[in-house]
Design a protein around this ligand. Structure first.
Ligand code: SAH
Length: 391
């Protein structure tokens, strides 16, 4: 079967040849009318030279997402099976892990996470929506999960002309809470209502790394969610961990997770509050900490929000620095893709100047290794962190 063509403008082929998986509308000369949105098409030069193959959606600014640069590779059930098994085989064994990290794994628009015997899938694009049942069949074949739950309740689907959607895709409904194990810690995950697919799997490696700073420490865990960092800090021998989050529901689960790992729960260590005002309150009370972990939600959703987000990151880091004991550590993150590693460091620098604290960077952090960054797709790097010591 010959596929319809997407014809690229003259001299707009370079990023495609360099294996960047996105083609924006501005680079496209014309699309064959036979190509419907969601279809697979061949991307060609004005001279008709094959460049790559991918799926099309004219409703999105990213009109084509590329799946292969090999003209002989058809996009059929075997293709999905090959790509899925390649990614799965690259993951280390664990009961909770990201199996498919979209573009970075050669599968734009698709996220698959594993929580014990269940898989949770996120379908971000029309092209993947069309291939969804084929993909589910292959996942069932490869991994034999008890069920696949779909959490396609993400805003970006609007940009593809898709509604948000959550439901069981195949197999058996997951329980209200799935118990997972990571690095010897146990966590309860609510895959229906939890953030993302239920748990911040992207912080796994960092939870391991922050242990080095937490022995005998009084820790302030800002934006605690369900206590991932709290459990890591306690297991590293922290003296106390004060968790702050604006959601009562996630704090309730954080308490359960702390208890599940054999630590006692003091209600006053779980503070339901806005972090920005709680920090000011703690400053007024002259409270200080050995370690402060700040893992806010994505404060910049897009390029246009960078300035506002930068001010919020600065404020958060500034007041946090003021609460650090001498020799204390600020472990600070940004998961905003539109804030670069460089810019983030500059913001933290600005915060240190205004807080009048001399700070050293002692470690740089990134997303977990099951959320790999594709070299030809720098956009896949989104999570960055700095471990800063106050001297
Ligand atoms: N560190 C966590 C993930 C943090 S997600 C982990 O490792 O699992 C961000 C969290 O910030 C969410 O739980 C959300 O409820 C909370 N949040 C968002 N805005 C907030 C605010 N202004 N004050 C307090 N918590 C907030």
């Amino acid at each position: 079967m010959t596929l319809g063509h997407v014809i690229i403008k003259t001299n707009r082929d370079k990023p495609i040849r360099q294996r960047h998986p996105w083609i924006f509308s501005g680079a496209i000369e014309r699309i064959d009318p036979s190509v419907a949105d969601g279809d697979i098409a061949d991307v060609v030069t004005p001279q008709g030279e094959f460049l790559a193959r991918g799926y099309v959606n004219r409703q999105s600014q990213i009109v084509v997402r590329l799946l292969t640069w090999n003209a002989a590779e058809a996009i059929d059930a075997e293709f999905w099976a090959r790509r899925l098994s390649r990614s799965i085989n690259l993951r280390t064994d664990s009961t909770a892990r990201r199996l498919i990290n979209a573009e970075s794994d050669g599968l734009p628009g698709l996220v698959v996470d594993q929580y014990g015997e269940w898989l949770v899938i996120q379908v971000l694009t029309l092209g993947i929506e069309q291939a969804k049942s084929q993909i589910a069949d292959q996942l069932n074949e490869l991994l034999k999960p008890r069920g696949i739950y779909e959490r396609s309740d993400v805003k970006v689907r609007q940009k593809e002309g898709l509604e948000r959607h959550t439901s069981l895709l195949s197999g058996v409904e997951p329980p209200d809470r799935i118990e997972i194990e990571q690095d010897g810690h146990r966590f309860l995950v609510d895959v229906r209502r939890g953030h993302k697919t239920g748990f911040y799997l992207d912080q796994r490696d960092n939870r391991r790394k922050i242990k080095a700073y937490c022995q005998d420490a009084d820790v302030l865990n800002l934006f605690s969610y369900t206590g991932g960092f709290a459990v890591a800090a306690l297991s590293a021998g922290a003296k106390s961990v004060t968790n702050v989050d604006s959601s009562a529901d996630v704090l309730a689960l954080a308490k359960e997770n702390v208890r599940l790992n054999g630590f006692s729960v003091n209600d006053q260590d779980f503070v339901e509050a806005d972090v920005f005002s709680e920090l000011r309150k703690l400053r007024a009370m002259k409270r200080t900490f050995d370690v402060i972990i700040a893992d806010p939600p994505k404060l910049a959703q897009s390029q246009s929000q960078i300035d506002r987000a930068a001010r919020a990151y600065k404020d958060l880091n500034l007041v946090s620095m003021q609460l650090l004991k001498p020799g204390g550590y600020l472990i600070t993150f940004s998961c905003s893709g539109s804030i670069s590693t460089d810019l983030f460091q500059k913001i933290v620098f600005g915060a240190a100047i205004d807080a009048q604290r001399d700070m050293q960077i002692v470690e740089r952090l990134s997303q977990s290794s099951d959320h790999p960054i594709l070299l030809s797709f720098p956009e896949s790097e989104y999570l960055k962190g700095l471990v800063c010591r106050a001297i």
